[in-house]
Design a binder for this molecule. Structure first.
Ligand code: PMP
Length: 430
């Protein structure tokens, strides 16, 4: 495969952009090789600067649930751009999108738009702190909530890949207010809560983590957190930046039947444009400025182009709920195909899947938290990643990321994904 133009662009990029990329995982540090520079994308495929096609299993890390260049979303964007790329003042689409979100995610009574998932989680914990008048937050090892200082402690995603459990620049004071517990370990959460009684403002969690690979909550775990938060007056925040509108119209909270106090959103909500949001209980959201005392603002928040893209994508999902059963069916076909291939090669690697999120872990252990995720052979993952890339399948460049399936992935693509895996195992064993 000729990737000469990507190589040349990466050389140039390294002179002017730190590491040559605008987000660390894109540099392929964890998997080796040079990053690919893309020129366009359509449906299930992305096309690089040299004209190579790649079957895309990242889908922009989640937002492109309807595949690339979806006509409905694109048309909404074009129409909005002609209106004006930015007003910096209220506009109709903000109201309509807020109404639609509250309809699709019933725990959200009021919602505030921001520009990224990071902003959403940072704002949500400030709000929880302002509301409870407490300072500490509890997060789970391996969960990633964006790059806000409070969250760069035992974080997943790029931070896990790059081995930066505590980034320089995060002050000791900030780190001390972030408490940790292993995912799926309710007893540990209870212990930490007891030893910090009356001091914890929020428990924040990815209800279905995608940032240590796809990990599922054990039965009773999320329910246990809900009860504990109720007993202790702690704000329960579901970070559904990934799982929101992906696992169901109402996200993971609909699938598991748990109502968080606050929810953070991003990715799908923007249809590919930069958007995040946080919302939840009205009494808490009314603490947000200008209604309440907790300050949070944004020059481009509620941007008309982003709102139009998000509205087009969410309304499609809202009106076509069969999308979710179709996505699950496709993802299950990949899961079952992979399992068959593993069996054929007498291997026992772990796979986790829910809805259109799926991960292959290069370990025989069950993966239910960050420790077990870390038992994977990441070197082997690197080989597997590069083999896929050379064969035109674009996987997330890290063991600690989920794959995201889009509605554009059909039977032909599923076969290609499975065959490539079979060929990889054949050559790596042979
Ligand atoms: N929360 C979760 C669960 C995420 O997966 C991410 C990003 N992958 C974020 C927050 C941060 O979002 P953003 O990259 O848009 O800042």
């Amino acid at each position: 495969m000729n990737i000469a133009t990507s190589k040349e662009l990466f050389e140039r990029a390294q002179d002017y952009i730190p590491g040559g990329v605008n987000s660390p995982v894109r540099a392929f540090k964890a998997v080796g090789g040079d990053p690919i520079f893309f020129a366009k994308a359509e449906g299930a495929y992305m096309y690089d600067e040299d004209g190579n096609a790649y079957l895309d299993l990242i889908n922009s890390w989640g937002p492109m649930i309807l595949g690339h260049a979806n006509k409905q979303v694109e048309e909404a964007i074009f129409k909005a751009v002609i209106g004006s790329p930015s007003f910096g003042a209220p506009s109709r689409m903000e109201v309509e999108l807020a109404e639609l979100i509250t309809e699709m995610v019933p725990s959200i009574e009021k919602v505030r738009m921001v520009n990224s998932g990071t902003e959403a989680t940072m704002s949500a914990i400030r709000l929880a702190r302002g509301f409870t008048k407490r300072d500490k937050v509890l997060k789970f090892e391996g969960c990633y909530h964006g790059h806000g200082d409070s969250f760069l402690i035992a974080a997943g995603s790029g931070a896990a890949t790059m081995g930066i459990p505590n980034s320089p620049g995060v002050t000791e004071g900030t780190a001390k207010d972030t408490l940790l517990a292993p995912f799926n370990d309710l007893e540990k959460v209870k212990e930490v809560t007891a030893s910090n009684k009356g001091e914890i403002a929020a428990i924040i969690i990815e209800p279905v983590p995608g940032n240590m690979g796809c990990v599922l909550p054990n039965s009773g775990f999320l329910e246990g957190l809900r009860s504990l938060c109720d007993e202790e007056g702690i704000v329960l925040i579901f970070d559904e930046v990934m799982s929101g509108f992906r696992l169901a119209k109402g996200g993971a909270q609909e699938v598991y039947g748990i109502k968080p106090d606050l929810t953070t959103l991003g990715k799908i909500i923007g249809g590919g444009m930069p958007v995040g949001a946080y919302g939840g209980r009205k009494d808490i959201m009314d603490f947000v400025s200008p209604q309440g005392p907790v300050y949070q603002a944004g020059t481009l928040s509620g941007n008309p182009v982003a709102m139009a893209a998000g509205y087009a994508q969410l309304s499609y999902l809202n009106e076509n709920p069969e999308v979710y059963t179709d996505l699950e069916k496709t993802t299950k076909q990949i899961l079952e195909g992979y399992q068959k291939v593993l069996k054929k090669h007498k291997l026992n690697y772990t796979m986790n899947q829910i809805g259109s999120m799926i991960s292959l872990f290069f370990t025989d252990q069950k993966v239910f938290d960050f420790e077990t995720a870390k038992s994977c052979d990441t070197e082997l993952f690197g080989k597997y990643f590069r083999f896929n890339l050379e064969n035109g399948v674009y996987l997330p460049p890290s063991q600690f990321e989920t794959w995201f399936i889009s509605t554009c992935i059909g039977g032909e693509e599923v076969q290609k994904i499975i065959q490539t895996f079979d060929q990889f195992l054949k050559q790596s064993q042979g």
